[in-house]
Design a protein around this ligand. Structure first.
Ligand SMILES: C[S@@+](CC[C@H](N)C(=O)[O-])C[C@H]1O[C@@H](n2cnc3c(N)ncnc32)[C@H](O)[C@@H]1O
Length: 359
């Protein structure tokens, strides 16, 4: 079963883009951490234990410097057989990130300039190991922050940790231009906004566009609101509680972007503990992972302007399920630098034609 979990993590690349560097000179993240193929974590032994039965620290003396603490934490993370897929992909970079955070040292500080450990370093490290190893919290929930499209977002267990592959389209200077001229993008919908990361990144990329950020979860919308307000985007990004398009009657968008839940239930059940700290409603989508993607495909044409574009993430496995269910679906799978897709784009008219064919 454990092996199956790991297989699943690799196969379906579940919303698995790692945390992103905050700045170009962010020292602790190798560039390889930006790709899913760096997920080399192939062993997931059982959790170290349950709360209270484990001393997440050790019987060794405190290391004299920050580098020593990082090495020590990296060894503990590695030995605990954690899943690093939604974080830094590897124990050492994750240890470095967590220790710097725990010691309140700015991430950009290069190793030679790092100050000595704080006097209560041991308690701080104890707390982080308790959260990460014993409770199996992903790193982003330990630090309550995640990096996406070059921006820092507040996150907690009310929202999925941002890692949508759609980010690669925002990174790419060509963006959505093969389908959509940036000058014509006036209204954008982010369906299933979670932390608001896509809506906010899009609002910053398209400063003249108005963005609706929709979610069914009131808790997720609270997180999205605090991120939106922190970016000062109250006038540009509107938060809407809606079950898919349910509360959007009469609205039309030039661009609809969505990273909906798409994990088949059985796959979700087999995933490592870290995924189960995320809201199930952000991940699970029925037996084939199509419970939301299907209705989105059918309804999107009614909410797009002429020539408007739908961009939707499905992950690799659901890409296959989708094309098996609807082989004539006229979508383009976006080729990414890591050699896979799992994100499609389709313009309104083609989707409308396909929908007519279904009737
Ligand atoms: C995979 S998460 C994506 C979050 C964010 N867009 C991102 O990429 O990090 C999917 C989001 O869809 C929301 N969601 C689930 N079912 C929904 C529904 N029926 N209508 C609207 N949003 C829904 C979840 O609450 C969750 O925030």
């Amino acid at each position: 079963m454990r092996q199956k979990s790991n297989e699943r993590v690799r196969q379906i690349e579940l919303h698995a883009k790692p945390l992103q560097p905050f700045t170009a000179n962010f020292f602790i993240l190798p560039m390889t951490a930006r790709t899913r193929d760096s997920d080399k974590n192939t062993t997931h032994p059982e959790p170290v234990g349950v709360r209270g039965q484990v001393d997440p620290l050790f019987n060794e003396p405190d290391p004299p410097d920050v580098a020593g603490w990082i090495r020590l934490v990296a060894r503990r993370l590695d030995a605990a057989g954690l899943c690093f897929a939604s974080g830094m992909q590897e124990p050492y970079p994750e240890a470095e990130y967590l220790v710097l955070h725990a010691f309140a040292i700015p991430l950009e500080t290069p190793p030679p300039r790092r100050p000595p450990p704080p006097v209560n370093a041991r308690q701080r490290v104890q707390r982080l190991l308790e959260a990460r190893i014993v409770q199996r919290k992903p790193a982003a929930y330990v630090t309550k922050e995640a990096f996406f499209a070059g921006h820092r977002f507040m996150v907690d267990e009310r929202v999925l940790i941002p890692r949508s592959r759609i980010e690669n389209m925002l990174d790419d200077p060509r963006g959505f231009t093969p389908w959509l001229h940036p000058g014509r993008v006036r209204r954008i919908l982010d369906l299933g906004t979670g932390s608001g990361c896509l809506a906010i990144a899009l609002a910053l990329s398209y400063p003249r566009a108005m963005v609706d950020a929709v979610d069914l979860s009131p808790e997720a919308l609270e997180v999205a609101k605090s991120n939106r307000d922190r970016f000062g985007l109250q006038r540009q990004v509107k938060l809407v509680r809606s079950d898919l398009f349910g509360a959007l009657a009469g609205e039309r968008y030039d661009l609809i972007v969505t990273n909906p839940p798409y994990v088949p239930q059985a796959d979700f059940d087999a995933l490592p503990a870290e995924y189960h700290r995320e809201p199930a409603m952000a991940l699970v989508a029925g037996p084939e992972g199509l419970d939301l993607v299907g209705p989105i495909l059918r309804q999107a044409p009614d909410f797009l302007t002429p020539g408007g574009l739908l961009v939707c993430e499905t992950g690799d496995e659901v890409e296959k399920n989708l094309m098996a269910r609807w082989p004539t679906l006229p979508v383009t799978w976006i080729p990414f630098h890591f050699g896979a897709s799992g994100v499609f784009a389709v313009v309104r008219e083609m989707l409308e034609k396909w929908r007519e064919g279904l009737a």
